[in-house]
Design a protein around this ligand. Sequence first.
Ligand SMILES: C[S@@+](CC[C@H](N)C(=O)[O-])C[C@H]1O[C@@H](n2cnc3c(N)ncnc32)[C@H](O)[C@@H]1O
Length: 281
Amino acid sequence: MADRPGWEAEILLAEALKKPQAWLLAHNDYRPTKKELAIFDRLVARRAKGEPLAYVLGEQEFYGLPFKVNKNVLIPRPETELITQRITNHKQQIANSVIVDVGTGSGAIIISLAKNLKNKDIKLFAIDISKEALTVAQQNAKLNKVEKQITFLRGNLLEPLFTKKWKLEIGNCLEAGNWKLEILANLPYLKTGLPGLTKAQKHALSFEPRQALLAGTDGLKYYRQLAEQVKKLRAAYPRLNLTLYLEADPDQMAPLKKLFPTFKAKVIKDFCGRNRFLILN
Ligand SMILES: C[S@@+](CC[C@H](N)C(=O)[O-])C[C@H]1O[C@@H](n2cnc3c(N)ncnc32)[C@H](O)[C@@H]1O
């Protein structure tokens, strides 16, 4: 449940009153109306049942930007910011790139990149299998004023990129050999049955979409499919300059590497010092 109940109560009260939190401090003699109290009670009741604060508020910050979230998208996690940071820190190397965020969810990664990478020679794509998630991602792109910079596609992993339309749009760049393809993927990687998680952790996850979390008995179901698609892509574009940034659990780094045997692999730790990302090129 809430680690800091007093602080969360203030956030929920500010939400019920539709005021910034700072307003509460300056107006501690304010008497909420009956309607405001009823809204506050409803928000508290949802939170008390264990629903994550981000869903109760309908919003989560990621990389300093606001993102709308609902039950159709995973709440973007702070550790995922690290991969965004790594890419934005290497702006120069990112020029002449096609960047694809596979399993975009709320659009947190690709929208943060669009906001921070203003180069004209970058093409940004966001793919998700879930129509509802794509709707949220597109709303978030509008909210952050980058909707014109990103192409949103629905489909299974990289499949939308194998279509005729895609080949026309970016295939030429990849064939020419002077463009790079960067694939970012925070795909579902939890194991069926969620072994090793506490009851409370499982309860919190029960509010998030199954489709965003679970990936078979070893949690690698989608990364295995992605590896097959990448093989196909490389066969189609032999001169392709490709880098993959994959997020997974620390114990999945070794088996994940094995799925991409022809790549050079580098493991990156998250803010807690756990092996969290695999960079392959
Ligand atoms: C772990 S969530 C990550 C969301 C977002 N990238 C983030 O980091 O917050 C995984 C996302 O992958 C999507 N997904 C699951 N299977 C997929 C598939 N076969 N093809 C494309 N997207 C898929 C889910 O709908 C979900 O939005």
